[in-house]
Design a protein around this ligand. Structure first.
Ligand code: PMP
Length: 382
């Protein structure tokens, strides 16, 4: 980038909040690269709760949860998350990524099989490697493909885990969850759903893909999510039945064993964000409207958004050859911050700019972002 006189869009520190605007490269940019979907990262009540947690418990619990690291904040947030998912219990952890890797690594072994949506997140795939199990993919969001894969592979496997996401982070589409569940149950599979981009985003109350489809808590076995996106914090969570949660809490390496407990400030912040979410469901409504507006502006301008469905994740597909990082760098010069996603996060030739809408963007901001995109793409000839 430097050799052709462009700013490097990667690893550039920002000053202040990563919200609807962001300060980077010594300038104020309109921002579409924050997954603070509901504006929680700078929310005054969320900040205050983080400070209070530090005042009470310090900056670290200074031990793993099982041995001496437990604090009451963990049980409080776990109770809240279990209620939201209509299940017995939940577990909070230090990282969404590690939660996926560690949970699959803990539950499956070499005789078992993980049957993954072909676009499942890297952290879920890492879990299958950690487990040493067999992994097969089925065609993205396709119940018939899941059935075909299970028909061929289920009988020879011990346990089978079907691995899905509630809202796909690179595509901006939502799975046909009831149909996928029906197939998975027919073949006696355990089901895990990663709610990283659906919690706070889908459903009228922001309770995720379960709420969207009106499913009972036990429709799947493991609801996994992160605190780092809609909840404006950092860490992961799992929600499910009592025995499974207890097993993970007492004996899950990387979940609560052999790893320090989550930072008190992170849990304090996430708890306050849950309060704000409950008190102000209109944030979820605004987020949904902004996602639809952004997607419409992008498609009306003639850009390709693949299988996106007008949710708050709007990918602008740009082919290959480094066009996405080039356009991202040029957009910074236009005062717009939007991330370029390249391989290995997406397949070669499917580079994209990934726009995130948040509940806090104004329509003017959405329009300004898309107008700048059109100007830049037009200027470089595309
Ligand atoms: N799952 C999905 C689908 C994700 O997109 C991400 C991160 N972007 C994670 C898990 C990991 O979560 P975290 O960033 O909170 O570690």
């Amino acid at each position: 980038m430097a050799s052709i006189g462009l700013l490097n869009p990667y690893l550039e520190p920002h000053q202040g909040l990563n919200a609807t605007t962001v300060r980077k490269y010594d300038r104020e940019l309109l921002n579409f690269s924050s997954y603070s979907y509901l504006g929680m990262t700078g929310e005054p009540r969320v900040r205050e709760a983080a400070k209070q947690a530090i005042d009470t418990y310090g900056t670290s619990v200074s031990a793993s949860r099982v041995v001496s690291g437990e604090i009451p904040l963990y049980a409080s947030i776990e109770r809240r998350l279990a209620e939201i998912y209509d299940v017995d219990d939940a577990v909070v952890t230090t990282s969404g990524y590690i939660t996926n890797a560690a949970t699959i690594g803990f539950l499956l072994g070499p005789k078992d099989i993980a049957v993954c949506d072909s676009l499942a997140h890297n952290s879920l795939i890492a879990g299958t490697r950690w487990a040493g199990c067999r992994r097969v993919n089925f065609r993205h969001n396709d119940p018939a493909s899941l059935e075909a894969v299970l028909r061929m592979s289920r009988r020879t496997a011990g346990r089978a885990l079907v691995v899905l996401e509630g809202h796909y982070s690179m595509e901006g589409d939502i799975p046909p969850l009831p149909e996928l569940i029906e197939v998975a149950r027919k073949y006696d599979c355990v089901i895990m759903v990663d709610e990283a981009h659906s919690f706070g985003v889908l459903g009228a109350l922001g309770h995720g893909v379960r709420e969207l489809y009106g499913l009972p808590g036990d429709a799947v076995d493991i609801w996994m999510g992160t605190l780092s996106k809609a909840l404006g914090s950092c860490g992961g969570f799992l929600a499910g039945n009592r025995d499974l949660m207890m097993a993970l809490k007492y004996a899950g390496p990387g979940v609560s064993m052999f790893t320090g407990g989550p930072a008190p400030a992170a849990i304090g912040a996430a708890l306050a964000a849950l309060d704000v979410l409950a008190a102000e469901p209109q944030r979820v409504q605004r987020l949904r409207e902004n996602g639809e507006t952004l997607w419409k502006l992008v498609t009306d301008s003639g850009f390709e958004t693949g299988i996106a469905q007008g949710t708050p994740i709007v990918p602008v597909l740009l082919g290959g050859g480094g066009r996405a990082p080039l356009i991202s760098a040029k957009l910074i010069e236009e005062g717009i911050n939007v991330s370029a996603i390249v391989a290995p996060a997406v397949p070669d030739g499917e580079e994209r700019l990934r726009f995130f809408a948040t509940s806090e963007h104004t329509t003017d901001q959405l329009e300004a972002g898309v107008a700048a995109l059109a100007r830049v793409v037009h200027a470089i000839g595309g």
